[in-house]
Design a protein. Structure first.
Length: 440
């Protein structure tokens, strides 16, 4: 018998019950500028940081330097013959606040190609791991392995002045972003394609080159999907887990490799980026149980209710901030409508969008019954042949690098300090409540 575990549970169970009752009764009481509900509820809605690259509005969704996703799809430069924006253009916009010209985006594409050489030891490290290792584990470790090349770390050790921090962070960020498609594609091919790797084509843009190195589909439509995917997943203001983790680690003056690897570890959680994997897994489980990939609305409705009754959530639905359908979901739905016809899984996503919100609304407890970005992305990838859904969050990670590293450059230039919020104990909270009651 594990006597320590037993003792912990004996102590934890009554405290958990006490906290639940405390929050229910006194949740709206304020300590400093936060309520007790917020203190225990993951700091939800506490405005406490600056994030220059994007802003999330509960009603309008994400905007990048003031541009919504529909506006970006119109305004950002595009590859010849493509209707989808080049993610290079979004990085430029997030970094300097201006929509780039086609010539400026072409320069950035070429610059990332120039910087994209991955050190041999990163590949060797990956090859030393079992191919069954989760792709996100491989991805985070590969990023961290390249820290040996950090310009920021080297210059800091040499006595770099504070005014130069941003320059070194920029150089590392550019190098890291340039390398990510090669690293991610290598992980995919070693894990799911028997190690048959595909060479980079530096004549292609960043997203199209990534698409061709993945090797799941050589169509122009798949390249277009990658361009769109890498654009809309790039940033979601600073409070989300991966962005905040990257920012927090960077605030210690850790370099971009340390910072972004930490952010990837946060993205790998089921309540964050791994949700895209959970969505498609849930859909597959539903079709298997129902015995059809063309269920009726009634069948979907019953399966949803069974999911909720079992104490689980419907993956891909709900968001901590948004109170309308996620514009990133809408962008993918529009892509599907234009490029994809007659795919059962894509059709099921549309069907779920029709069936699920009314059910969630009827419960009366859910603030946002609408789909988020994860509700659609997996179905599109399935259509183009990427059925290995444990890899989906790696795609998310490649994209998220654009936003968090652009924001990191700004944090270093503006001299943002070490992030250090104040914490309290439950005993402190109880004493505070008692003091407040005594003064009434």
């Amino acid at each position: 018998m594990d006597i320590l575990k037993k003792k912990f549970e004996e102590k934890a169970a009554p405290l958990a019950a006490e906290i639940k009752a405390l929050v229910k009764e006194h949740g709206e009481m304020q300590i400093d500028n936060a309520t007790i509900s917020q203190i225990y509820g993951g700091m939800r809605d506490i405005t406490s940081m600056v994030w220059e690259t994007s802003l999330l509005d509960a009603q309008e969704g994400i905007s990048f330097r003031g541009y919504s996703i529909p506006q970006l799809r119109e305004a950002l430069p595009k590859a010849e013959g493509s209707k989808e924006p080049l993610p290079e253009g979004l990085f430029w916009l997030m970094l300097v606040g201006e929509i780039p010209t086609s010539e400026e985006v072409a320069w950035l594409t070429a610059e990332w190609a120039r910087r994209s050489t991955v050190p041999a030891h990163a590949y060797a490290m990956l090859d030393s791991m079992p191919t069954s290792t989760h792709p996100m584990t491989q991805f985070s470790m590969a990023v961290l392995s390249m820290q040996t090349d950090s310009i920021f770390a080297r210059r800091y050790a040499e006595g770099m002045p504070k005014a130069a921090y941003w320059d070194a962070f920029y150089e590392d960020s550019m190098n890291l972003i340039a390398r990510l498609p090669k690293i991610a594609a290598y992980i995919y091919r070693r894990s799911f394609a028997a190690g048959q790797h595909i060479a980079s084509d530096d004549n292609l843009d960043w997203g199209a080159n990534f698409a061709q190195m993945l090797g799941v589909n050589d169509s122009a439509d798949f390249s277009n999907l990658m361009r769109l995917y890498l654009t809309i997943h790039a940033d979601h203001e600073g409070g989300n887990a991966s962005a905040h983790t990257t920012h927090l680690v960077g605030s210690t003056l850790s370099d971009p490799y340390y910072s972004f690897s930490g952010g990837l570890n946060a993205l790998a959680g089921p309540l964050h980026g791994l949700a895209n994997q959970e969505v498609i897994k849930w859909i597959f489980e539903m079709t298997e149980k129902l015995g059809t990939t063309r269920p009726t609305d009634a069948q979907v409705e019953q399966y949803v209710k069974d999911t909720l009754t079992s104490g689980k959530v419907v993956p891909g639905y709900g968001h901590a901030v948004l109170r309308k359908p996620d514009p990133r979901f809408t962008a993918q739905a529009e892509f599907a409508k234009e490029y994809i016809q007659g795919n059962d899984i894509v059709d099921i996503v549309t069907q779920i969008f029709r069936v699920v919100p009314p059910i969630l609304q009827s419960l009366g407890k859910i603030k946002n019954p609408w789909p988020n970005v994860d509700a659609h992305s997996g179905a599109l990838l399935i259509h183009f042949g990427m059925k290995d859904y444990s890899f989906y969050t790696v795609l998310f990670g490649v994209s998220r690098a654009l936003g968090v590293l652009a924001a990191g450059v700004w944090s270093r230039y503006l001299g943002f300090p070490l992030e250090r919020p104040k914490s309290v104990t439950t005993e402190f909270v109880k004493n505070f409540i008692a003091q407040q009651k005594a003064t009434v």
